[in-house]
Design a protein around this ligand. Structure first.
Ligand SMILES: NC(=O)c1ccc[n+]([C@@H]2O[C@H](COP(=O)([O-])OP(=O)(O)OC[C@H]3O[C@@H](n4cnc5c(N)ncnc54)[C@H](O)[C@@H]3O)[C@@H](O)[C@H]2O)c1
Length: 448
């Protein structure tokens, strides 16, 4: 498989693809037209955001089997046309979602605590304490619009802050234990801090406009780490002027170029942008929410893993995939988990900890393996959309492969794969609506 890399990325991307057997060629400087002229020689192309992969480009790409975008959004690709051509589209939100979650949280905390302003003042010789009295997140309601990879990562970071986290999403059933899904009306009624995590699409384009802002019941703070085009900057500035929006954290701007590498062609700033850069209650960053040392590596590894599972491990999957290899967990609801856990400890000698109890055994190769037993509060949404009082977790050999296979077989897959030190998790529904957790375990993480 011959793959063209048109943007520089973490070296693990090229070495990982080469280990799979791909022949990689780098071309970071040719124009789009020059690349169009040779693209028919390649089976795959890896891009960040250098140029649009439009229909004209795709028509020349007769042999292309995949387009991998080292990032989350795919708006620079003509997705419909590529899919019509049978080209696999690969993105890597798993690689930068944690970075986005941390950045959104960092921005709002910096704004609430006047960190940028205070720092600049001290450098200018001013030591102003009362003028920099901060405000707290505690007790406030954070409203998230778009509850996918990025929205979920932000909600996860808010655990531990005493905040109510709610979300609005055009998809149903996306809420989880970190965030309650509500109607847009309820979000606009309750929100104190609004964070956008929608992709670029027709609905999200200019979504935050004067009318939308006026539908919020209370004045609120805005965080935008999604896309600049989601916000009408003139309307945002008007709302900042009349204090309906109390402050804004903007990692992305309406004026950005498609490549996200530049703001303006020349030095003439729109009036609204001028207002933003003069405002003390506005914090700006240059589209770097997903841009960390760690995400550079994780984005590259995610692309390699996905190319592997789509084109190289597929054959193995068809013949040798073991699917479920054991019971990974037994989870059920209780009105009083703490009390019930004590009962199991006293009468059945369960060795309980904060999470429940862990049972150790050996797999067929003699390796230590474990099964987790946990009690959840009766109002947990962790089992949703299932309404049952229990959920089982099954251990699997290769979660990516299995989920790809299950998708092909028409099984309902819920949400995206989540990865932790102790393994990867995915969720499906059986035909009776039971939610099943699938776990590709790393048991050793529990032993350390
Ligand atoms: N600033 C950065 O560095 C950075 C980094 C990564 C991602 N992003 C942005 O975040 C976006 C989201 O990424 P993701 O991986 O979470 O996407 P995702 O597809 O996992 O989730 C997006 C969610 O938004 C919902 N949605 C779509 N349009 C909506 C609308 N108009 N109103 C309400 N909900 C809507 C979808 O149903 C989905 O659940 C990306 O497309 C990109 O624009 C920015």
């Amino acid at each position: 498989m011959k793959v063209l890399l048109i943007d520089s990325n973490h070296p693990i991307l090229q070495s990982g693809l080469e280990k799979l057997g791909c022949i990689c060629e780098e071309d970071y400087f040719s124009t789009k037209q020059q690349i169009e002229e040779k693209i028919s020689d390649y089976d795959g192309i890896v891009i960040r955001s250098r140029f649009n992969i439009d229909q004209q480009f795709l028509e020349k790409a007769a042999n292309l089997k995949f387009i991998a975008r080292v990032g989350a959004g795919l708006e620079s690709i003509d997705v419909d046309y590529a899919e019509k051509m049978g080209i696999e589209l690969i993105s890597a939100p798993e690689g930068n979602r944690n970075a986005v979650g941390e950045h959104a949280l960092g921005m709002i905390l910096a704004l609430f605590n006047n960190l940028k302003k205070a720092d600049l003042e001290i450098r200018g010789g001013k030591w102003l304490r009362e003028a920099n009295r901060g405000i707290e997140l505690d007790g406030r309601t954070v409203g998230i619009i778009g509850y996918g990879n990025m929205g979920k990562a932000f909600a996860k970071k808010l655990k531990g802050f005493e905040v109510e986290v709610i979300c609005y999403d055009i998809k149903e059933g996306v809420g989880d234990e970190n965030c309650k899904q509500v109607s847009l009306e309820e979000l606009q009624e309750k929100t104190d801090v609004l964070s956008l995590h929608t992709p670029f699409n027709k609905l999200s384009h200019h979504m935050i406009n004067a009318q939308f802002i006026s539908n919020f019941k209370k004045p609120f703070y805005l965080i935008n780490t999604a896309r600049g085009s989601a916000v009408v900057t003139d309307d945002l500035v008007e709302a900042l002027r009349n204090k309906k929006i109390l402050g804004a954290c903007l990692d992305v701007l309406e004026y950005e170029k498609l490549s996200f590498e530049n703001l303006f062609e020349n030095d003439s700033f729109p009036e609204a942008f001028d207002y933003l850069i003069q405002s003390e209650n506005v914090l700006l960053s240059p589209h770097i929410a997903g841009w960390t040392v760690e995400s550079k590596l994780k984005l590259a590894q995610t692309i390699v893993d996905k190319v592997d599972s789509l084109f190289f491990s597929k054959e193995v999957a068809e013949t040798e995939l073991k699917r479920v290899t054991g019971i990974g967990g037994l989870f059920f609801k209780s009105d009083d988990p703490a009390k019930l856990k004590e009962w199991y400890k006293k009468h059945l000698n369960f060795n309980v900890d904060d999470w429940g109890s862990t049972f150790w055994w050996k797999d067929n190769s003699g390796n230590p393996a474990c099964t987790q037993w946990s009690i959840f509060k009766s109002d947990t949404v962790y089992f949703s959309p299932s309404t049952k009082d229990f959920m089982f977790n099954y251990r699997v050999e290769d979660l990516n492969l299995l989920l790809n296979k299950l998708k092909q077989e028409g099984v309902a897959v819920i949400g995206e794969i989540e990865e932790y030190d102790y393994g990867k998790f995915g969720w499906i529904l059986d035909p009776e609506g039971n939610k099943i957790e699938l776990w590709e375990p790393k048991d050793v993480a529990f032993l350390s």
